[in-house]
Design a protein around this ligand. Structure first.
Ligand SMILES: [Zn+2]
Length: 72
């Protein structure tokens, strides 16, 4: 863990992230692979929808409750 404040992944947003969006693009990632975006309260829905319409979104988790999937 770094001690830098995590920032929302939305373009141009500098707000501290509160949510972790876990996603996977089946065309380029193996099924167990998880990419993550960070989102502030304001952008959580926008980013979820962006991933959701593409069928990529797997999970939305509170940043404080997020655990990196352990790599084998
Ligand atoms: Zn944001």
């Amino acid at each position: 863990m770094s001690d830098e404040t995590p920032i929302c992944s939305a373009k141009g947003c500098r707000t501290a992230a509160e949510w972790v969006l876990a996603w996977n693009n089946p065309k380029i990632h193996t099924p167990e692979r998880r990419k993550t975006w960070l989102a502030c309260e304001e952008h959580r829905e926008h980013l979820s929808q962006f991933l959701g319409v593409r069928g990529f979104l797997k999970d939305v988790v509170k940043f404080s409750e997020w655990e990196e999937p352990s790599t084998p």
